[in-house]
Write a protein that binds this ligand. Sequence first.
Ligand code: SAM
Length: 266
Amino acid sequence: MSRSDAQRAKPKRSLGQNFLVDENYVRKIVSALDLTDRDTVVEIGPGRGAITGHLVESGAKVIAVELDRDLVPMLRERFAGDDNFSILEADATATDFRELLNAELNAASIKLVANLPYYISTPILQHLSSQRHLFQSLVLMFQREVVDRIAAKPGDSDRGFLTILVESAFDVEKLFDVPPTAFRPVPKVTSSVARFDPKPQVIDDERAFRDLISIAFAQKRKTIFNNLRSAHPEVKEILERSGIDPQRRAESLELNEWLSLFGALR
Ligand code: SAM
């Protein structure tokens, strides 16, 4: 497919394709990455290359991962003359970033940027959390409600699996909102951009920790005791010993309480 064919190709709703067309926001996103020509940057879902063009111009080495096989040839053609650009046609939620980046030993730092569709927010954050140590920082754009959910404080009803998953893995700073008019097609919702700085690992088995959180939030209206009792018959005593009232709901617990509960259950 030639570039003009691809440009004309209809955006695929099934892949969450709302392309960024407002250059001001593209520049703000790229400047949040603070790239130098000694960095390597991974871009998930380059789409029609709105952000990618600026990444390539920065001189950093750009590795794009795009799932849409109709867009990949267009991007290859557009950046054919740029030897700091490469692209992998793949599903980023299943990409082994360690393998993808194993030749990047000389990079000053490795960063990641993505404007992500709603439907992959949880799987991609789960995947990136487990591979976060590869990256110095990540600048991610999501639908605003996803960023609100990530930032939800204890007691807030938005606080859920995604909040604790992200809080245990990253320091998050919300940077700015992006209005629907900055995209084509125009979505119904506002987006938000946030920087995610990986935290060191303090949990020995992060997968088991995620399983605990997932069960604890399975039915948000139930108490933490009721959610956990069948998976962990001894949970009542452990909650009491950890100083956590078994009648509390999962959304009221702070990260430190999750960590001590997890430690006590093992
Ligand atoms: N970065 C472009 C921009 O800002 O204009 C496109 C953003 S668009 C919201 C999301 C992009 O992610 C699309 O190009 C879509 O094809 C791609 N995408 C969706 N799911 C993906 C996945 N699992 N792995 C890699 N790319 C994916």
